[in-house]
Each structure stands twice: as C-alpha cells, then as structure tokens.
Write a protein that binds this ligand. Structure first.
Ligand code: AHG
Ligand code: MN
Ligand code: MN
Ligand code: MN
Length: 335
C-alpha cells in the first residue's frame, strides 16, 4: 500500500511496471496531463478575478455555447500533448474532428490516443462551483508511424488503458486508474505538487444519495420515473438524499466517496441522453468499475458499447453497485 505522502511523480515511477506495454510512454503521458491540469487549475482559480467569464461566442459541434474557459482548457491540453509529442492523436468534446499529431520529423511512433472533455460542468464557472476535466487513454489499433484513423478513437471503453479526471474544487485533485484500482492525489497549490491523499478509492456497495436533474422528470422513461419514486419512498433506509451539482465530475466524485447513484437518462427530447460516451461516460465507467462500482446505459455495461461516432451520446447510470443494479431492475421492468 503506497504511503499517503507519496507525490504523484513518485507514484507514477513506482507503479510503472503495472502498465502492460509502453510503460515509459504512458508515464510521460500521465505526466503531461498533470502538467496541463496545473495550467488549467491556475486559470480556473482566477476566473472570478479577471474578465474571462462568459461565452466566447463560438458554438461547438453539439450546438452548445462555449465558455472562454472551455476554449482555454481545450487549448492547454491539446498544446501540452502536441508539443511534447506524447500521443499520436487527440479527440476532444470541443473539436469537431479528431486531431492527428505528426511529429517534428514527420514521424510519430507514439502508441496512445487521448480523448478529453477539457472542461466539464462549464455552466458552473460563472457561479464559482466545481468544474473538472475528464480524460481517457487508448492504445491505437492501427500501425504506429502511420497517421491515426477514426478506428483508433472508436474503441469500446473496455480497451482503455488509463482514465481519470481532475476536479477543480475546494481542493484540486487528480483521480485516475490504469486498471489497478483508483487513486486520488490532491494538489498543494503552494508548491505545485500533487500528493496521494485518497489511495485505493472504492464506491461503497450501496449509498443514500441519488443525483439526477429532476427538472426533466416529465420527460424521463417510466423505469427511471419509478426508480426516482423508489428513492423517495419511506421504507428501509429510504428516502435517499437528492444531490445534483450539474458537473458530472463533482457529482461522481462525491458519490464515489459517500455512496450514491448518478443518472442522466434518455428523454423524449434527447433519445440518447446528453452525456458523451467517449469523453465522459467511458472514462467514468472505467473508474467506477475499478472502484467496485458499476456503469450502464440501463441495460448494457457502458464499456461494452461499440462506439460508431466521435460525439455519440448515451443514457448513463453510474455509481454504487447495488444502487445501479436496482435502477437497472426498474429499467428492465418498465422501460
Ligand atoms: P460539459 O460542461 O462538458 O458540456 O458537460 C456538462 C454535462 C455534465 O457535466 C453534467 O452532469 C450535465 O451536463 C448537466 O446537464 P444538465 O444541466 O442537463 O443537468
Ligand atoms: Mn460542453
Ligand atoms: Mn462534460
Ligand atoms: Mn466540457
């Protein structure tokens, strides 16, 4: 069991041997992400001070207004990963298409691709509420040295070699997995170092929190409506507590520590829900399973879904294993 005062840098070196292949490359990649996260953290922290708030005026491919910090975070991660020639391709929630990275000498032998949601929960920035960054790493399926193709990005979540998030909250934390459990590191902003503060994080088997945007209740499928009513019934350890921040990273983080379920279902308006399979649901599903939790679309495990498009969306149920199983029972019975 690693010591609690281990730094992230030490932890990466000590655990390199756990990576199945290209351990040096994957370590350098995680190092680059932690570096970009510090840059974004600095910018997020001073968001209230400078005139950086408000929409940048652009609209991304999903028809959403981009906040300035969305753009900043997107560029910070892409620049860091591109300049350090650490990956062969990047896909981002904020980019219409994937980015091919060609090395300075026109040759790129790197084996990994990264998919990111550079700023998650961006509608919370203006009101000083926690936001995050989500990342997901795959080994490319095509030949190293050739340009990446869409196939390198459209892999089922089961193929992820690492995934994690950064939460810019009351403390800034990086939480990630390489398939050997989940570990959380807290940034000491005075010296810019992340320390292992949450070793081997686990979802409690069950919990008392449900997190869903209940304002959309009338549009929910019957199974989810009935599950919400079940959460509110006075029986056994119920009613549960309702907690919804509106930043997936923050809602997930709280539920992993305290025990709970997060639900973003399909609705009449959005038949596939809102959350994006590649940038949000797959990485969270990998973390959830590694922490003893569960993630599904109500029927199928999230990580077993074969993606067909980059910006694909999916209904999302994620959290403590018993709670997700219970919600799935309702979906199965009532649709
Ligand atoms: P993003 O800011 O990256 O576009 O993601 C927002 C997502 C997610 O973080 C959050 O859980 C969900 O949207 C909230 O949606 P509603 O406002 O519809 O509840
Ligand atoms: Mn967005
Ligand atoms: Mn998001
Ligand atoms: Mn985002």
């Amino acid at each position: 069991m690693p010591q609690k005062n281990t730094t992230l840098g030490e932890f990466i070196i000590e655990n390199q041997s756990e990576f199945k292949y290209s351990s040096g490359e994957l370590s350098r990649l995680i190092n680059s992400i932690r570096l970009a996260a510090k840059v974004v953290n600095h910018e997020v922290n001073k968001a209230g001070l400078v005139d950086i708030l408000g929409a940048a005026g652009d609209t991304n491919i999903q028809g959403e207004d981009q906040q300035k910090l969305d753009v900043f975070a997107n560029e910070a991660f892409i620049k860091t990963l591109t300049n350090r020639e650490i990956v062969c391709g990047i896909a981002s929630e904020e980019e219409d298409d994937y980015i091919t990275i060609v090395g300075r000498n026109k040759k790129n032998d790197n084996k990994y691709v990264v998919l990111i949601d550079p700023l998650d929960g961006s509608s919370n920035i203006d009101v000083n509420v926690s936001v995050g960054t989500i990342f997901s790493i795959y080994r490319r399926v095509t030949e190293p040295g050739t340009p990446v193709t869409l196939d390198d990005f459209l892999q089922p979540g089961r193929n992820q070699v690492a995934a994690g998030y950064i939460i810019y909250g009351t403390s800034t934390m990086i939480v990630y997995t390489t398939g050997h459990g989940v570990n959380g590191f807290t940034l000491n902003p005075a010296i810019g170092t992340y320390y292992l503060s949450h070793p081997n994080m686990k979802f409690p088997e069950t919990g008392k929190i449900y997190s869903v945007n209940e304002g959309n209740y009338v549009h929910f499928p019957q199974g989810i409506k009935n599950y919400i009513k079940y959460c509110q019934e006075e029986e056994d350890d119920r009613p549960y507590t309702s907690r919804y921040i509106g930043s997936l990273v923050s809602d997930f983080h709280r539920n992993m520590i305290k025990g709970g379920i997060y639900i973003y279902p399909n609705t009449a308006k959005d038949p596939n829900g809102k959350l994006r399979l590649l940038y949000e649901c797959n990485p969270m599903a990998f973390l959830a399973e590694q922490a003893g939790g569960k993630a599904s679309d109500g029927i199928t495990a999230i990580m077993d879904i074969q993606p067909t498009t980059l910006h694909q969306r999916t209904p999302f149920l994620c959290g403590s294993i018993r709670m997700v199983e219970k919600a799935e029972e309702f979906v199965k019975e009532f649709g």
